[in-house]
Design a protein around this ligand. Sequence first.
Ligand code: PEP
Ligand code: MN
Length: 331
Amino acid sequence: MIVHLNKNISLEQAKQLADKYQSILFENGKLVLVSPSKLKSADEELEKAADEVFITETDIQLASKQYISSKREIVVGDIIVGGNTNNTVVITGPCSVESEEQIESAAKLCVELGVKILRAGAYKPRTSPYSFQGMGLEGLKLLDKMRSKYGLKIITEVRDSTHADEVIEYADIIQIGAKSMYDHGILRKCGKSRKPILLKRGFGTTLQEFVQSAEFILSGGNPNVMLCERGIRTFETKTRFTLDLCGVAWLKENTNLPVILDPSHAIGYAYGVADLSRACVAMGVDGLLIESHPNPKAAKSDAEQQLNFDEFRKLFVSLKTVAEAVGYKVV
Ligand code: PEP
Ligand code: MN
């Protein structure tokens, strides 16, 4: 149950109520109490303290349509993701920042096409400790340089809580990767920030678990959460993962959070990224995250799935037509 407390309730009183009803308390313009969802009605004391009460079916609460029936609007500078914009925001860039030259050519591609958000990892969560782990702070600084030089917004990943503060400081959108979806240190830190968060679905998690991870951020007081479907592990081995488009339909129907799709990590091979991207856009989605690289063969991570710039250019143009056909606009 979510309770919007009325203005007469002091912070002290609110804390006592939170204790009594085993609730999380946060402030976001108003004081909000979130109890476990098994509490299905407000007693007299809560009723008196409340402006509004929202009952939800499960512990998907702040992200639910029962709480907010429309889609949340996430503001990234002059770009709006979600809300009633019908924007499909395209985000691109290489898997990792590898050098100034490499990230600058990616930034120039964005400028050339009008893509406003550049994405690249500075801290990479690799499966093997022997693989390239990212440039770290140096990578963040290069992204920062691209932002000021080219007026782009930057999305980059926080891999673990040791550098969470750095990433939160540098990024315009903070990416929480699939392998970190359950990292409560990261989730809680992101809950304290007010910057937009892109939360990727763990590849072995249910939709319920995925959205419950988002609840950790939302109940920390950060309302700016976007969900990213990036493929789940199935019995199939020909592709890297399986993009769960049924799951996307479920998220759109049942949550109030914008949904971004990542076909690159889902298939894992460049040959399928264009077709999959068009399929995603045809569903009417809030954004698309596509990996591109000036020289994919030489990429230090995810070499097989990144599009070269000509492939990306061609794809980008075709996405506009597909988006228009379903009442969306590529931005
Ligand atoms: C990435 O975005 O480069 C990445 C590591 O993705 P994921 O967390 O989805 O595996
Ligand atoms: Mn990658």
